[in-house]
Design a protein around this ligand. Structure first.
Ligand code: NAD
Length: 428
């Protein structure tokens, strides 16, 4: 996390309290949803390659499953904390709810650094994590997915261990599997494309033709690249992208007023989304400091890198031309900066809605895995468009009717649906 004093779970609870006040949630439901329904702390002993035994600590948090099985990734990170996992689990509940898919929210993690672990050691951590948790997870209870520093390979090891224990094939246990081994086509594109489906609808509502817009993007990884791809397809122009430079340990922005060439930039980008700045210079890009992406004379800003990037310190640098901010990253805007953006009347597509294309496609993967019948790419993208468009319309209609800020409207819908499910089940 960007700031040591920043506690993600405090922030998630504060956001929730605000919405609970806004919708007048009763005390019992509030108390239920402020905390996670269940959390598991496990120890995973691993025989390391040097013959020693190391014990890794792992977590799984199920924030709420009133609307369906819990859903959320498993992170491998040396600085993982239970509070981060708790917050992320809660945010997953709101995200699955706002796009109205029949899933709840969960998250998991293991404190470890994959950079210092062999593949064999990582496999044993994956299998050990499942052995500790299998009786509380499964396609109908809690479905994990890849997240920070875990990949399709980790998901396959986890699935294999689960199926070994259960003695049957249950590919719906986990998502993010490789295509051909139970994965869904279009999962790679899903988050970036999903963001642009919502952006397209936002521009329609504002009466702005996409071809008359220019965008500036933070990040050039999975989300950013596919967002740029589809935004180009609807005739938008991206003038600036930014990324982290591992060698210089700083970030840079790459500006081209007449529009970036996505294919050419991809050709000089590493697998971590880092652009080669010398080659970019030769291609005619102006190489600027990392924060320059935020200051561009653009109509649309797409933060798609990290949390906590638009803050009270830099929010004043946003150009008066900016009309829309579409949040690809989770939590890119601090609450103080959000207040300023709200007052300036910039139209925000909040993270829980804008980047929900990923989990929506994971839901499609789960459905396909459970049926053992896989759809063509066009079918997946068509269904994704339908889901994202109707979620966007529900949020923007509510925002308009009740004169709410888009972020508040998204939370009101998301929390309201989960609260209703808890009530209907007779929990509260
Ligand atoms: P990624 O690792 O593929 O790419 C991250 C990009 O951000 C890279 O280009 C990297 O260079 C850049 N970056 C890192 N630090 C930066 C900095 N200080 N300034 C500018 N650029 C910087 O990650 P991704 O999968 O594209 O995810 C991006 C964000 O979207 C994350 O917040 C992630 O949690 C969120 N998200 C991703 C998905 C998904 O399906 N991939 C779904 C929902 C949310």
């Amino acid at each position: 996390m960007a700031d040591k004093a920043y506690n993600a779970f405090d922030m998630a609870q504060t956001q929730f309290d605000r919405v609970a006040d806004l919708i007048g949630l009763d005390a019992g439901t509030r108390e239920l949803l402020r905390y996670n329904l269940r959390e598991y702390h496990v120890s995973i002993p691993v025989r390391m390659d040097d013959g020693s035994v190391k014990v890794f600590r792992g977590y799984r948090v199920q924030h709420n499953d009133a609307r369906g099985p819990a859903k959320g990734g498993v992170r491998f990170h040396p600085a993982e904390t239970i509070d981060t996992v708790r917050a992320l689990a809660m945010w997953m509940t709101w995200k699955t709810s706002v796009v109205d898919i029949p899933l709840g929210g969960g998250k998991g993690g293991v404190i470890c650094d994959p950079h210092n672990l062999s593949m064999r050691e990582q496999e044993l951590i994956c299998r050990g994590w499942v052995r500790q948790l299998y009786s509380d997870m499964g396609p109908l209870r809690d479905v994990p997915a890849p997240d920070v520093m875990t990949s399709a390979q980790h998901m396959l090891w986890m699935l294999d261990e689960f199926e070994l224990i259960r003695g049957e094939r249950l590919p719906g246990f986990i998502t993010g599997k490789p295509v051909g081994m139970g994965g869904s086509l279009a999962r790679t594109e899903a988050t970036g494309y999903g963001l642009v489906f919502t952006l397209r609808e936002a521009l329609k509502g504002l009466g702005i033709p996409p071809r008359e817009t220019r965008a500036s993007v933070q990040g050039f990884g999975n989300v950013a690249q596919y967002a740029i791809d589809l935004y180009h397809q609807i005739s938008g122009k991206v003038i600036c992208v930014s990324c982290w430079d591992q060698a210089d340990r700083t970030s840079y922005s790459f500006l081209k007023e007449d529009g970036v060439d996505l294919a050419a930039l991809r050709g000089i980008t590493d697998r971590f989304g880092g652009i080669d700045k010398a080659k970019a210079g030769k291609l005619g890009y102006e190489v600027l400091p990392g924060e320059a992406w935020l200051e561009q004379d653009a109509d649309i800003l797409i933060p798609a890198a990290l949390e906590h990037q638009i803050t009270k310190e830099n929010v004043g640098k946003i150009s008066s031309r900016v009309k829309v901010i579409a949040e690809g990253a989770n939590g890119p805007t601090s609450p103080e900066a959000d207040k300023v953006i709200h007052e300036r009347g910039i139209f925000v597509i909040p993270d829980l809605l804008a980047n929900a294309g990923g989990v929506t496609c994971s839901y499609f993967e789960q459905v396909q895995s459970n049926m053992n019948y896989f759809w063509e790419k066009d079918e997946v993208l068509g269904k994704l468009d339908t889901k994202m468009t109707s979620a966007f319309n529900a949020v923007s209609d509510l925002a308009r009717k009740r004169k709410l800020y888009m972020r508040d409207a998204a939370y009101v819908i998301a929390v309201g649906r989960v609260a209703q499910a808890c009530k209907d089940r007779g929990w509260v």
